[in-house]
Each structure stands twice: as C-alpha cells, then as structure tokens.
Design a protein around this ligand. Sequence first.
Ligand code: NDP
Length: 229
Amino acid sequence: MPGIALVTGANKGIGLEIVRQLAATKWQVFLTGRSPASVREAASSLSQSVTPVVLDVTSPSSIEAAVKTVSGVVDHLDVLINNAGVLEEDDSPIFTLPSAQLLRMLDTNTIAPLLVTQAFLPLLRNSASARIINLSSGAGQLTDMGTWAPAYSISKTALNGVTGQLAAALKDSNIAVNAVCPGWVKTEMGGREAPRSVEEGADSIVWLATAAPQRMTGQFIRDRTPIPW
Ligand code: NDP
C-alpha cells in the first residue's frame, strides 16, 4: 500500500531517482534539498504527489522549518531516507588528512542524518510501521577498509554506527532502521565511469522502503542482501 516518504538531497542523483520510483507507485513524497530553486524544478518534472521542501540537513533551523512544513501537511511519515551526502574531490590521504575536511564530511554524512532522524521521529512514531534508511557506502565497510577517500569513508563508517545505535534503540518499536550501499552509481558524485545506473542504485533503497520485511532492522544492505559492517 502506498505510504508517505521524505527523501533528503533529492534534487538530483540517487535521491531524485528514489522519489521518482516511489511517486510512480503512488507514494506521497516530500522531495527535499538545500536549494529552493532546485527542489522546485526537480519536483515539477514529477507527479503531483511530490511536494518540494527546502531542507539543508546541516542547518538545525532548516531542519526545524522542514519539520514544521511537513507536519502542516501530514500527521505521520512512513519512510525517512537520509540520502544527502558529500564527497570532496581532493579527499586527502589519511597521513595528511586535515581535521577540517573530516569534520565537513562528518557534519553532512554522519551528524546530519542523526539530527534529521531525531527531528522527524515524532512523525515516524505516528506511522503503523515505519522505516529509516541511511545511504551509506561500501567505502565505510570496516571489513573491507582501504585507503580511498579517508574522510568520506570514515564518515560512512560512523553513519553505520548511527544506524546500529538507532536500530537497537528502536528495536521494540515499529520502526526499522537500516543502512544501504547503493554500489558505484553514475551520478555527479559517482562520476561517468560508474557501472550502475541511478535506477540500479535506487533499487535496494526502494525495496527497503516498500517491500522488505518490517522485521529486517539493524542491517547493512547491498543488492537487497545483508553484508558485513
Ligand atoms: P549526488 O552528488 O548526485 O547528490 C548528492 C545530493 O546530496 C544532492 O542533492 C546534494 O544537494 C545533496 N546534499 C549535499 N549536502 C546537502 C545538505 N547540506 N543539505 C541537503 N542536501 C545536501 O550524489 P549521489 O546521488 O551519488 O549520492 C546519494 C547518496 O548515496 C550519498 O549519501 C552518497 O554518499 C551515497 N553513495 C553514492 C555512491 C555513488 O556511487 N554515487 C556510492 C555509495 C554511496 P546539492 O545539489 O545542493 O549539492
């Protein structure tokens, strides 16, 4: 049955594709992003069940305003997808990694998903069965840790920690919490060489949002299958 979802960083890339797929199956979707013009433009190409909302995930006042806007339209949320993320092209090697760069990645990729989740939790608790999905990355997988993009990778490892903590804290509730690696996807972040299309990248996320067993929680998912943390 179609539900109500909110997707962060959804003006382009994997986030926009998630919104497109959900809206195509009659979900009511809040398409959020930090630029008012880009969320309006992205939503205008989709169905009327898509509502653009400005949300800069690194700004507490923007999060507060978005909660107010969404609460004025619906009394619950079934799915929250923390998709917004950043990767800096010149991500420094670990030996010279500036703390400021690590802090920037942690701010958007780790702390922001936690703050957005905290803010929307009351609306998620009003759902009969809700799901929180965090866009992580194989780059953050401890069991397969390499040297690529240390700041980004560490921020995704920490996001996995946030996912595990939330899943454990919500285990007796009706809210499932999982992290997803979409694979290497052709987007502005993934680049043109990436083997996966946005449709393929969005697949596990839309499956977790709409069709995965509700009891599946506290997992790291790739291709609809749990993988090691
Ligand atoms: P894109 O760069 O195409 O899109 C990233 C989105 O995040 C944009 O909409 C961007 O907005 C938004 N964003 C960044 N900072 C903020 C902010 N402060 N507030 C709100 N929105 C923000 O990336 P992808 O679609 O490829 O990535 C989506 C997610 O998937 C990310 O979390 C990424 O880490 C993850 N991922 C991607 C992979 C890939 O191969 N593409 C692989 C593994 C994980 P704006 O347009 O304003 O910059």
